[in-house]
Design a protein around this ligand. Structure first.
Ligand SMILES: Nc1ncnc2c1ncn2[C@@H]1O[C@H](COP(=O)(O)OP(=O)(O)O)[C@@H](O)[C@H]1O
Ligand SMILES: O=C(O)[C@H](O)[C@@H](O)[C@H](O)[C@H](O)COP(=O)(O)O
Length: 176
């Protein structure tokens, strides 16, 4: 892998790793944050306690639950870009309207990466993940809500059968 561009000479940007629960957002996002020397923001940390309780109880979030959450992520992204010039965010961003909200909230170019896998593989990964509030029973509603980015959104789409380091390198290549 060739060296990254000089951060001082690189325009500001935000990278959002998106997709349904268990697709690998946090795993890839934290690797990308380290590789880009950028703060990594975990979208789960910005949910209201009531929203986490709702998901824990097996109830999908509504648009009304998600709008303020997306706006909080936007504010945190702007703060991270102000201090570091770039940030990497893990955020489900399942619908096109949520991605538009993030674009509107974040005052710098935003690049989306959709992570995908089969329902069976996602269920297995969710089941093997310890200490997480998200029940596997919500996967089907996540998959039903997901609107894959269209061509107009210029997103990178990756399957997470590949190992995380290979995915990280594919994203770094795409960003250049
Ligand atoms: N590329 C990958 N290959 C194998 N396992 C992965 C990969 N990405 C994530 N995982 C595993 O799948 C589970 C869900 O990943 P996670 O990053 O928490 O997903 P998300 O943040 O999208 O919910 C975790 O146990 C993680 O270790
Ligand atoms: O919009 C949503 O419904 C949530 O953001 C959801 O997509 C997210 O998946 C959960 O917060 C669980 O977190 P993980 O994605 O880390 O499983």
């Amino acid at each position: 892998m060739s060296p990254l561009p000089d951060p001082a000479a690189t325009p500001n940007f935000a990278v959002i790793v998106m997709g349904v629960s268990g697709c690998g957002k946090s795993t890839l996002g934290s690797l990308l944050g380290a590789a880009l020397d950028a703060p990594f923001l975990e979208g789960d940390d910005f949910h209201a306690p009531e929203a986490v309780a709702k998901m824990r109880a097996g109830c999908p979030l509504s648009d009304e639950d998600r709008w303020p959450w997306l706006d909080r992520i936007g504010l945190a992204a702007n703060a991270a870009v102000a201090t570091h010039g770039r940030t990497v965010i893990a955020c489900s961003a399942l619908r096109a309207a949520y991605r538009a909200r993030l674009h509107a909230a974040i005052a710098t170019p935003v690049r989306f990466i959709l992570l995908e896998n089969s329902r069976e593989r996602l269920l297995a990964r969710l089941a093997s993940r310890a200490n997480h509030y998200m029940p596997t029973s919500l996967l089907d509603s996540q998959l039903a809500t997901l609107e894959r980015p269209g061509q107009d959104e210029d997103a990178l789409i990756l399957n997470t059968d590949a190992d995380p380091a290979a995915l990280r390198d594919a994203v770094l290549h795409w960003l250049r």
